[in-house]
Design a protein around this ligand. Structure first.
Ligand SMILES: [Zn+2]
Ligand SMILES: [Zn+2]
Length: 232
């Protein structure tokens, strides 16, 4: 395989493994955001791209270059997934210890990683937050949330029926099994009851929720059936 030398870190790398002519996949990623190699190191070199782990002074001292790449203008919608894990009438919900929705019960989930499909993100988040490995989940619908603050989301919702098991530990808070009929007595995001209601009836949805600056839900609509929804 043809090898080249990286202009930035000076490591040799396999030419076909990089998106850029004169940079290894690592430096092309760090500097220009190209997809990185998923390095696997053996004897000091990546077996896939041949990078030797070198870095340059410039890359070492450049502050927060990841944060810079990821930073979005205020109010731009971020894409996330919600993973509803259901066993009969019960949902495995997370009492969140971190924002957003701190202190509320929500399904597990999170933001899409670069280059991920929504389903891949749902399977990954489920594994990361509950340890449960699934091959597939059922797509239920989409929730878009709009507010005049940074809280702006497009959220793909998936559901999986899983066998009952003891609620696993989770870094993001406490996982608990919650029965559908006690959901309304617990603190949850105001949008979520509709999500559980539609998804457990097998009814697809596109919800549009609008909030004020204090993140009070002003209105919520389901677009496929063009219905305004009641907000409790
Ligand atoms: Zn390099
Ligand atoms: Zn590599």
């Amino acid at each position: 395989m043809e090898k080249r030398r990286c202009d930035e870190c000076e490591s040799t790398y396999f030419a076909t493994r990089s998106e850029m002519l004169n940079l290894c996949p690592e430096c092309a990623h760090q500097l220009y955001g190209y997809e990185n190699c998923k390095h696997t190191f053996k004897d000091g070199r990546c077996t896939k791209c041949y990078w030797d782990g070198s870095t340059s002074e410039y890359l070492k001292t450049r502050p927060n270059n990841k944060a810079k790449l990821m930073k979005l203008p205020l109010g731009i919608k971020k894409v996330s997934v919600l993973c509803i894990l259901q066993s009969g009438e019960q949902f495995l919900l997370l009492k969140r210890k971190n924002p957003p929705n701190q202190g509320l019960y929500t399904p597990v989930g999170g933001k899409l990683d670069p280059f991920e499909t929504p389903l891949q993100a749902a399977l990954r988040e489920t594994k990361e937050e509950t340890g449960i490995e699934l091959d597939d989940m059922t797509f239920c619908g989409i929730l878009t949330e709009t507010s005049p603050t940074k809280y702006n989301w497009i959220c793909y919702t998936y559901l999986a029926e899983i066998p009952y098991q003891e609620a696993p530990p989770c870094d993001e808070g406490t996982l608990e099994w919650i029965a559908f009929d006690v959901l309304s007595e617990l603190p949850t995001p105001k949008t979520d009851w509709h999500i559980y209601d539609y998804s457990s009836r097998g009814q697809s949805f596109i919800f549009e929720a609008e909030y004020d600056a204090d993140l009070q839900l002003l209105k919520m609509k389901e677009l496929l059936l063009n219905q305004d929804l009641l907000i409790q």
